[in-house]
Design a protein around this ligand. Sequence first.
Ligand code: 5GP
Length: 194
Amino acid sequence: MNKDELFHLSRGRGLTVVAGPTAVGKGTVVRYLLENNPAVALSVSATTRAPRPGEVDGESYFFWTMDQFDAKIAAGEMLEYATVHGTNKYGTPKQPVIEAISQGKLVILEIDIQGARQVKQAMPEAKLVFIAPPNWSELVRRLQSRGTETPEEQARRLQSAEVELAAQNEFDHVVINDEVARCASEVLDLMQAH
Ligand code: 5GP
């Protein structure tokens, strides 16, 4: 890698942050991108929360203790991190991201808005893409129809969705998830454009 390439790598070229409110379908869009484009790679985050049934260490997340997490922060090994939902830390280990980009991958970080802001600060060429619902009632419909949350949890998530939607003007691009393949193709175009 020459000096020029290293410079752009250190500024985050090749890196895309995908964020958006609950139930907007960003996970589905990211999965679609991964399945259909060999150049796309998803960064595996670290978290201090306990694994849910079926989650695999090193695949779903790296599951770390709070001490392990704090040691990584102190060693400067985290690209970003945040406390999400009040208790647990979540963050992106720096080294795998740098390696994947230097191999020519288009790397996606699926992280929260606090993390997105830190990435933009550290790496100004990283692209921030906000996945938005076609409209508010469609977001409510998607959340209710997936049926994985209690009505109380749905209400709480819709409250934070309002806050998240208000932050969309901080992003470089807003893409409407009206249809998965169309949305994914628009995100891919943004990822490929320098
Ligand atoms: P969950 O516990 O449901 O897997 O994730 C909860 C939240 O943590 C999600 O809203 C997600 O955006 C956020 N999150 C997951 N990984 C990261 C990360 O590496 N960094 C940051 N800042 N947030 C993350």
